[in-house]
Design a protein around this ligand. Structure first.
Ligand code: ATP
Ligand code: MG
Length: 523
């Protein structure tokens, strides 16, 4: 076990009030693979820290005071025994050794200064930019807020991704799963969402937390470089664990992310947490559970894996006004094998989230990126949080794409199509083009509204499908240059008045007049 954990726990225990609760004492009955089984620890809790004692009769205070005190973390509660991960040299633990409860759950110190930093699951800086000073100990594991403490989701988290913000809107406090096979752009969606928060007004900008569970170090490093380059590290914390680390550390990472999020949520702030990814998390838990010798369940995962993930995701919430109105939005990521969403872990996480963004290899390879399957992706709560402006323009795009999908399937069999069907298909293709988006180039919602409105109102009529992207770009720069006032109004009003749409209509006509090169057919 890494020495940082030991240091951390020593520190925590040094601050303990050892006179408080009557301590209970247990005995090691077996030890192996870094796991010790202990008899006699009454009322011990999950995630509680214990300390091993080589003598026969020392008090908790005395044991803790020793330089070589050896700690354990309770990870299994059984009827008569508990199992702990030894946080240190497990060969020093012997059968028959005394074990004392500390009455303290593992927690991590958090303060404002954690923003902009890379930390391990114990909240310690690992970016070489100096030590962090914690202000408040946040428990790693805790019961989520209840229904009475929460309020409805009513404000959007803008991802900056057109297909998501228009059709699968996410609200603050929501849990939206990003799911897909390897290399389908899952992480990119999460990162672009974090980058897009820079377009939010400073007082509305969520604190972002990216939790890397067992990711390659090089991946996490390049991801951080991207965030830094985009100016997004200023409001982001990375909780990093790599594939080479011990499974209990990987297991703790998402909980640490949630704990950091709760620190800010409880101050009334909005938080966005990305768990990348819960498949690796489940695997770490499985590995750890094998060491704990728990009976394996379905697909060899321990039986409580569902409960574990639901407890984690339940911690994302939108708090009531009385509790400050803060929120945690969670974007868990799940990796599937060959698109199989009916495997154990995917079905679990699907059932405990408020919607899913499905990414598909086929679409990705066809160049439709983000590779979002709009047909089966859903958001169950976000539409109540969507801005009025976006709501107004998104209905048509959804309908057009649905019709297009139907026709596309049919098209394969039909040899000659009537004019109307051809026109429908062409229009659908233009929407598909419009929704393609480069990575690390999120678009603020007011620009999205502008261009989707224009698409609905003839911007692409008379132009070829191939020119869609070029027209989109040209139109947005035209608007930025000549009609910035419209963009500003959408940004502040977040709604489209008749007066405003009249101006938008005019901007389309003006643009088409000035750019006749795109509209050969019409001319
Ligand atoms: P993994 O399964 O390895 O975690 P992932 O599903 O998280 O992969 P990403 O790492 O986000 O996928 O993206 C995979 C590759 O596709 C990367 O090389 C990325 O640069 C590229 N990519 C992702 N999104 C886009 C996009 N919108 N446009 C172009 N390229 C993209
Ligand atoms: Mg990834």
């Amino acid at each position: 076990m890494s020495s940082v954990i030991i240091e951390k726990i020593k520190q925590e225990i040094a601050n303990l009030d050892t006179t408080a609760a009557p301590q209970s004492v247990g005995t090691v009955t077996s030890v192996g693979d870094g796991i010790a089984e202990i008899d006699g620890l009454k009322d011990a809790q999950m995630m509680e820290m214990v300390v091993f004692d080589g003598s026969d009769n020392k008090s908790l205070e005395e044991v803790i005071a020793a330089d070589n005190a050896l700690y354990g973390l309770i990870l299994n509660l059984e009827e008569d025994t508990v199992k702990v991960v030894v946080l240190g040299e497990s060969t020093h633990v012997k059968e028959g050794m005394r074990v004392l409860r500390t009455n303290k759950l593992l927690s991590i110190p958090v303060s404002e200064s954690i923003v902009g930093r890379v930390v391990n699951p114990l909240g310690e800086a690992i970016d070489g930019k100096g030590e962090l000073t914690g202000k408040k100990d946040m428990p790693i594991e805790r019961v989520a807020y209840g229904v009475m403490d929460r309020s409805g989701v009513d404000e959007p988290v803008h991802t900056g991704i057109k297909s998501i913000d228009s059709m699968i809107p996410i609200g603050r406090g929501q849990r939206e799963l990003i799911i897909g096979d390897r290399q389908t752009g899952k992480t990119t969606i999460a990162i672009d969402t974090i980058i897009n928060q820079k377009y939010e007004p400073a007082d509305k900008r969520p604190i972002c937390i990216y939790v890397a569970v067992g990711q390659k170090r090089s991946k996490t490093a390049s991801l951080m470089a991207k965030l830094e380059e985009a100016g997004a590290m200023e409001y982001t914390t990375i909780v990093a664990t790599s594939a080479s680390e011990a499974s209990p550390l990987l297991f703790l990472a998402p909980f640490a992310g949630a704990a950091i999020g709760e620190y800010f949520m409880e101050q009334g702030k909005d938080v966005l947490v990305v768990f990348d990814d819960l498949t690796k998390h489940a695997n770490a838990y499985r590995q750890m559970s094998l060491l704990l010798r728990r009976p394996p369940g379905r697909e060899a995962y321990p039986g409580d894996i569902f409960y574990l993930h639901s407890r984690l995701l339940e911690r994302s919430a939108k708090l009531s006004q009385e509790l400050g109105g803060g929120s945690i939005t969670a974007l868990p990521i799940i990796e599937t094998q060959e698109g199989d969403v009916s495997a154990y872990i995917p079905t679990n996480v699907i059932s405990i989230t408020d919607g899913q963004i499905f990414l598909e290899t086929d679409l990705f390879n066809k160049g439709i990126r983000p590779a979002l399957n709009v047909g089966i992706s859903v958001s169950r709560v976000g539409s109540s949080a969507q801005t009025k402006a976006m709501k107004k323009v998104s209905g048509k795009i959804r309908l057009e794409l649905a019709q297009f999908r139907e026709l596309e399937a049919f098209m394969q069999f039909a040899s000659d199509l009537d004019e109307e069907t051809k026109a429908r298909i062409e229009s659908g293709r233009k929407y598909v083009e419009l929704l393609k988006q480069d990575q690390n180039d999120p678009m603020p919602f007011y620009r999205q509204v502008m261009v989707i409105y224009a698409a609905n109102n003839g911007l692409f009529t008379g132009a070829s499908v191939e020119d869609t992207k070029a027209i989109e770009e040209a139109y947005l720069s035209f608007v930025e240059r000549d009609r910035k006032d419209i963009l500003d109004t959408i940004e502040t009003e977040r709604a489209l008045s008749d007066e405003l749409t009249a101006q938008m209509d005019k901007s389309i006509t003006d643009f088409k007049e000035a750019n006749s090169k795109f509209y050969a057919e019409a001319a």
